[in-house]
Every structure is written in C-alpha cells, then in structure tokens.
Write a protein that binds this ligand. Structure first.
Ligand code: ZN
Length: 416
C-alpha cells in the first residue's frame, strides 16, 4: 500500500479530521500535502455529503440533505514543480470502498453505499418532472458485486471510479466561472431546481485556511457540482482503475483535490445522486508534462485514457429516444431531451416487470448502463440510446411472446 498523504477517519466529519478537506474550488486553499512527480500515494475520501445519508429504509435523509456541505473533497495535494501551462498526469492505480479487508460501519463506503433520487425542491435530477419526490436504494457490497434490498432481482459488478477530481482554478479562471454562471442564473433566477449554484458562504469548508483567506474562499469559492476547465465533477464512469488523466494546471503546485467515489454508475448519473455513493480510498501516481497544455492544445478541459478494468457485459437491451417531448412538441436536435426520452422509455419497460418507476430510475442511474449520442444531424430529431445489460437481472428481461415476467419486486426507500 502506498503512503497515505490524506487520511480520513470515517467516524468523523470531514470538518473534524486532523487535516480537513474542502468543499469549494479556490486557488488559495492551503496545501494539505506535497508529493513529487513520479510518486505513488493514497488519498482517503469521505462520501460526498459528509455522510448525511444512512443505511436505513427511509428516504427522509435524501429529502432533507443539506447540499451546501457538498462535495467533501480531499486535498489539495501539491505536485512539486507544477506550473500553469503544464499537464498533470494522474494515474488511477486503485480505488475502492473503505479499506480492504472490507470495513463495516455507519458511513457510506463501510460495506454499503446508496443511490438517491433528489426531491425537485432540493437538488432535482434528470427526470425530476416525472419523479419529484425523494427516494433511495441501499446497496450492499460483496467484493466487486452490489445487491440491494430495495431492488430485488438485480445483481451487478460495479464500475468503480471517482466522480470528482481536479486541479485548482487560477484567480482569473475562478472569476470567469462566477461571471458566466451568474449570467446563466440571471436568465431565470427563481427556477426550481436552479440553473446553477452561485458561491455560498454558508457551510463552506476551506481546508486549513483561516482569517481573511478563509473569508475570501467562502465568498468567492466555486461550488463543486459541475465539471469545469479544471476537471471537477465529471461523473464519467470510465475513470476506472488503470485510467490516466491529463489535467490542465492553472496554479503553482497544481493542487489536486477530489472525492465523490462511486462503487458504480450508469452513463449520465441520471438521478443526480445516481451513482452508488461511497467513501473509500484512491491510489494515484502523478507526473508532469511541462508546457503540455499548449503543446497538445489541451487548454480547456482535461483528456483521459480509460483503464482496462471494467465489468464485462456483452448483451444489451437498448432503448432509443428522440428530441420530441412528452407533449409531442418537436425540438431541434436536442440531445438532452432525446436521452431523457430514452431513459423514460426504459423506465416504462421495467415497470412491466413489477418495478416501481423509482426503482427503475435508481437502477438506470447506478448500474453500468451505456448512454450514447447516436445521431445529431438528422433534422429535426437528435437520437440518443441507452444500453441496459441484460445479465444484471436474475430473470429474462428480453421481449418474447410469453410476455414480461411480472412479479412483486418490492419498492425503494421512500419518504414518510
Ligand atoms: Zn457522486
């Protein structure tokens, strides 16, 4: 096991760790550790909400979650010699739930994880108009396999990855983010859920910063929900073991931070908290390509090479969606709408087997489904597709003359 440069005691909040992490992006968050190019090291992570959700059968904790604490990030880790304009090479050597041999406890990652549907008034999600209420599925880990008492009939190998890692923004880049996201919010300031999240001093955790530096981080620090030029919350399920990521460096020492580990996730992470969320560990190797941003034209977003370790599913039932909404209104090449319709088509299909809509939604967010932008040129309809692995079910979900194998399949955790 490589040296742990950022340690987490899962019985404590991220705020009470010996070296606390942070939950905003800002160039002045002090370094938590320093590593050399060529070194390998371990980073412990808290689950992204700092363990506000429990291993229970109620979704009240999802409904009431305080999102101003999110995401709880480990870091920043400085890399010696890194300067703006370099590419930071990050190898994901290994990752998993809290330690091996498996640790059991109350924090997500200690033998279990969860998938949540957020309430429309508190976070929302991709299908929030269809599913406005909070719901939850608890998953039990069996090595690489997940099962859920809230989703009987399903068992799958997780595609384990970090949801969120990135480098610190420069002061100039942070200012651009805040300017453009405020302009977006101004288009419809009262929208529920909001169009974007502006800086929020409340609940800010600024690492080891104090005084006026901590105040500036609380005032201007960018929220961690979206992916941006520094990487951030990509939620790309293919950042598996063995992946190599090339992050743009925007500040001295690069300042790598992250967390939001996922035991598994489907493309799109559609319930917003659609992955199987957990705390755990991640092992990295780092290196630098000096001047790499300009040399390779990687000046806006990171690039990466997926690892070779993924669950092997070879048969899929595929659902198709087009850019026509539920009221039969035709939108022009709207791939977001087309993917939403593909998801809704899959939900309707799974309901025929006895699942509730919420169970189907939770499953599509968390299982290793493939989502593809299939066509964006055939006017007026964009075409997106969702590939559902058939082998994750312990019954046959393929269409046949005998009809769907309908059964009582229980229900997800709901609110009271
Ligand atoms: Zn997540």
């Amino acid at each position: 096991m490589p040296e742990t440069v950022f340690e987490v005691d899962q019985s404590k909040s991220m705020r009470d760790q010996a070296v606390p992490g942070h939950n905003r992006w800002h160039p002045d968050i002090p370094l938590a550790a320093m590593v050399r190019p060529g070194s390998e090291f371990r980073v412990d992570c808290r689950e992204w909400t700092d363990s506000q959700l429990g291993n229970n059968d109620s979704a009240n904790d999802v409904r009431d979650v305080d999102l101003s604490h999110a995401h709880m990030l480990s870091g920043p880790i400085g890399v010696e010699g890194a300067e703006p304009g370099d590419l930071l090479v990050v190898d994901i050597l290994d990752l998993g739930p809290c330690q091996a041999p498996q640790e059991f406890g109350d924090a997500p990652g200690q033998g279990w994880g969860y998938t949540g549907i957020f309430a429309k008034e508190n976070g929302g999600g991709f299908l929030t108009d269809t599913f406005p209420d909070a719901a939850k599925a608890i998953w039990d880990f069996h090595g690489q396999v997940a099962t859920s008492r809230h989703l009987p009939g399903v068992r799958y190998t997780g595609i384990t990855h970090p949801g969120l890692f990135g480098t610190a923004p420069s002061a100039e880049l942070l200012e651009r983010w805040n300017r453009r996201e405020r302009a977006l919010i101004a288009r419809d300031p009262d929208r529920v859920p909001p169009l974007a999240l502006p800086p929020l001093p409340e609940s800010t955790l600024a690492g080891q910063a104090t005084g006026s530096v901590a105040e500036a981080i609380a005032r201007d620090g960018a929220r961690t929900v979206p992916a941006r030029e520094n990487g951030g919350n990509h939620d790309i399920k293919n950042f598996t073991r063995g992946s190599r990521v090339y992050y743009p460096v925007h500040v001295k020492d690069a300042k790598l931070s992250g967390g939001d580990l996922h035991f598994s996730q489907g493309d799109g992470e559609i319930t917003f908290c659609g992955a199987i969320e957990m705390g755990g560990f991640i092992d990295f190797g780092v290196d630098l390509i000096k001047g790499g941003m300009e040399a390779y034209g990687v000046t806006t977003n990171p690039i990466f090479m997926p690892g070779n370790v993924e669950p092997r599913y070879s048969e899929f039932l595929t659902f198709i969606g087009i850019s026509v909404d539920e009221d039969d209104t035709n939108e022009y090449l709207d791939a977001t709408l087309a993917y939403r319709r593909a998801c809704l088509n899959a939900v309707e299909y799974l309901k025929k087997f006895g699942y509730t809509g919420e169970q189907a939604y939770l499953l599509l967010g968390s299982a290793p489904i493939e989502g593809r932008v299939s066509g964006v040129v055939d006017i007026p309809n964009a075409c997106c597709s969702l590939y559902l692995p058939t082998a994750i079910f312990d019954f046959d979900i393929r269409p046949s003359a005998s009809g769907p194998a309908r059964a009582d399949r229980g229900m997800s955790a709901v609110t009271s």
